[in-house]
Write a protein that binds this ligand. Structure first.
Ligand SMILES: Nc1ncnc2c1ncn2[C@@H]1O[C@H](COP(=O)(O)OP(=O)(O)OP(=O)(O)O)[C@@H](O)[C@H]1O
Ligand SMILES: [Mg+2]
Length: 510
């Protein structure tokens, strides 16, 4: 016990701003109350993992970390899968259990609420967030639409076609219209694109329609989320915590998990290199992270893993929250410096195997039989190892974690509505904007073609017919004006795609 105390006091005794998690535990009846298990704020961009079986305390750990990171002046972005994280906007309640835990852990606790922005993808339950189809790009969109590799390449070609023809893809109806055009009146152009089958276009068309029915029609469009709105601090210097309500888009797990990836990719583009900053620019919590990788194509997994690796030097820390570390690809897991592993349940042979794999990922420890410890942890306890300020792993330590200062539970609908109404972002994003885009342009083009054909027939009556103009209309000026109008947007998109090229986001197969 003396050894344990000395080892923990040394391993976690570093100076500087830290996030306090809880107290070391080797005898469950006697937490070590003069040592704190902690993570240095300056190392939060070395990414982390919060894992554990259902009900073991993952969301509360996320909450405990998020509120302290924000208090240290860093904005936070977190996905709220079940609606129970939103309580971070209200002060916690000093009930008997919370008080008993704080007393046992000798933790000076005062209830407190974080500065929170409530956001949603469905348009309800917070400020509505949107992104355009074009900025999502074909790889992320293929993931949302659950396309296979062949369909993904086809979609990439369709995106390229729209770039070339200056057909802005803003909403899903734009993409649907382009696909319908290529499968119908524009079938000659489809042939020119090469290697695309009409059947594949048909499948994508159907999947786009399904996604529109599942809420994609609300989410895709403008005004698009300005990523700077996730990097705000409150007037008192605390970071704002953006809580993205996802409980109402559960029918489309791929939509929200992919949206979170989109946010990361956009942040990557926007943020300057900062190396290892004193405190991170943003910390990002990805709850239910297994959804991100379920059925993912290789291109998608590579994109995630590269983005996570590269975004560290932009000062962004990413914490994955999931039941088992093995839910994440090895390339991602290998990049996670901080680990908070809650209890693992090993009921089946498969569970036992997963448990062995978890144990293997930990540094050596003299104080625990990790496979037993991991199974015997109570709720709100976890095996922790983090990176110390020198970037070296801290000793493996079972810890009883502090209760968050904010409320452990949901907000009432009235509380939500009040927070949303007060938000400075509400006016900016509440109303969708319907700019002229691919759908309107193609519809106008088809109408013009019809009118032109009509006029030609009229002219043909008195005079012999001239050779018909076979050039596509948008090449001869019809779209020129709109192309100019879109100029800045196209330029922005080109820049974005160049950057994306670097992170491998848009590996287009031709
Ligand atoms: N740090 C803590 N302090 C006090 N109580 C806690 C703590 N962590 C968890 N609890 C208790 O455990 C309950 C379950 O925690 P939580 O909701 O975080 O689990 P979870 O792992 O996210 O579950 P799920 O997988 O179902 O999302 C909480 O409602 C709370 O009562
Ligand atoms: Mg949870």
């Amino acid at each position: 016990m003396a050894d344990f105390h000395a080892a923990m006091a040394e391993g976690y005794g570093f100076d500087g701003p830290t996030i306090g998690l809880g107290r070391p535990l080797v005898d469950p009846a006697a937490p070590v109350t003069d040592v704190e298990v902690r993570i240095p704020v300056g190392l939060l961009n070395r990414h982390g993992l919060i894992a554990g079986a259902t009900g073991t305390g993952k969301t509360k750990t996320l909450q405990l970390l998020a509120e302290q990171i924000a208090a240290a002046g860093t904005p936070v972005f977190a996905a709220d899968m079940k609606g129970d994280l939103a309580g971070i906007a209200a002060p916690g309640e000093a009930n008997d259990r919370v008080t008993a835990r704080n007393t046992e852990l000798a933790h000076p606790w005062t209830p407190g609420a974080a500065a929170v922005e409530l956001m949603s993808l469905s348009g309800q339950n917070g400020v509505p967030l949107r992104a355009t189809v074009a900025s999502f790009g074909p790889i992320l969109l293929s993931k949302v639409l659950t396309l296979n590799d062949t369909q993904e390449s086809t979609l990439s070609l369709v995106f390229r076609y729209c770039d070339d023809k200056k057909l802005p893809l803003l909403e899903l109806e734009d993409l649907r219209t382009v696909l319908a055009y290529l499968a119908g009146p524009g079938k000659d152009e489809l042939e020119m694109l090469g290697g695309i089958s009409k059947a594949t276009v048909g499948v994508i068309q159907r999947k786009v329609t399904e996604l529109e029915g599942d809420g994609g029609d609300v989410f895709f469009g403008e005004p698009e989320l300005d990523l700077r709105d996730l990097l705000r601090t409150a007037p008192d210097g605390r970071g704002v915590i953006s809580v993205l309500h996802l409980a109402d888009v559960q029918a489309r797990p791929a939509l929200f998990s992919t949206f979170l990836m989109w946010v990361l990719a956009e942040l990557f583009e926007m943020l300057p290199e900062v190396g290892d900053p004193e405190k991170p620019t943003l910390v990002f919590f990805l709850d239910e992270a297994h959804l991100l990788f379920a059925d993912a194509t290789k291109a998608f997994r590579n994109a995630v893993s590269q983005t996570v690796r590269l975004i560290r030097s932009k000062g962004v820390g990413v914490f994955f929250v999931t039941q088992l570390p093995t839910d994440l690809p090895d390339e991602v897991l290998a990049q996670l410096g901080h680990r908070v592993q809650h209890a693992v349940r090993a009921f089946t042979p498969k569970d036992a195997k997963a448990l062995r794999e978890v144990v293997q990922t930990y540094p050596e420890t003299d104080f625990y039989e990790l496979d037993e410890t991991l199974q015997s942890l109570g709720v709100g306890e976890a095996v922790v190892t983090a990176l110390n300020p020198r970037g070296v792993p801290t000793p493996v330590c079972a810890a009883r974690l502090y209760p968050p200062a904010s409320r452990m539970g949901p907000l009432t609908p009235e509380e939500r509505a009040a927070i949303t109404a007060l938000s400075p972002l509400h006016a900016k994003y509440a109303t969708p904007v319907d700019r002229e885009s691919a759908m309107e342009i193609l519809t106008a083009k088809l109408n013009d073609d019809r009118d032109a054909a009509e006029a030609a027939r009229e002219r043909a009556k008195p005079a012999p017919p001239r050779a018909p103009d076979r050039r596509p209309k948008d090449d001869d000026g019809l779209l020129g004006g709109i192309g100019d109008l879109m100029g800045s947007r196209v330029a922005k998109q080109v820049t974005r795609e160049v950057v994306r090229g670097i992170v491998g986001m848009l590996k287009r197969r031709r």
